[in-house]
Write a new protein. Sequence first.
Length: 291
Amino acid sequence: MGGFYEGRIFRPPSEAFSLIVQATIGCSHNRCAFCTMYKEKSFRIRKAEDVIADLETARGFSNRIRRIFFADGDAFIRNTEDQLIILNAVKRVFPECERVSMYASPKSILVKTDGELELLHEAGIDLLYMGLESGDDGVLERIDKGATAAEIVLAGQRAKKAGFAISLTAILGLAGEEGSASHAIATAKAVSEMKPDYFGLLSLMLEPGCKMYDEYRQGLLKPISPLIALNESGLMLKNMDSEGTVFRANHASNYVNLKGTLNKDIERMVKEIDNAMRGRTPIKEESWRRL
């Protein structure tokens, strides 16, 4: 039978008004050195009948559900047959639903055939959220991402070819000051190759409970300054070619909020970064940054 949410629920900002239903518990990887999400959970895939029971229960809460987000981390990992059963239930229970989305790891995409990906998109999954974090393989190895840049790019390309919209994120500051330039340029290259529909930039924030926080407390890791973070974001934008991608760097963690559409707004956003670096516009105080 269905049940209540287990543990903390995480969702992308754009899913604020979506019905959130747990299809998996926790994250299938759950080893990223910067992340504290899902640490209290052991990963498992919920039974399809339990997910469907939650959908049917939720029907009684609202007469109009436009969007459904399937949590937790990497809900796309479940097998195609089970996904199709759940998607058929979505159409039956919520015929008015306009968008179904979920987090997807590179592995969860790459283990599926092109035919399976097309079938899942046709059955109703519209949008996949992916974490690139960095296009630099050295950074990806240090943060224990569990995939190379080439694998993440290939996963995104295959998903896009199958018809999915892709929302991609990367994180400023993962390479420290020394590796900042290579992290920025390699990330810009990966984004340019993948050409996601949406791309969001966050800035590294360290919380107790992750490996990078422990390294910081031990003096092994020095977070980058606001100016280095701004320079990193500007360098990334200057090297990016992803026409039509909706770009956002307005997460609470960012020192300066940016938004626009690539490539047409790159020059304007680079100027906004330059103005902040020169003190012409304010940089967010550290106390105002929040996860």
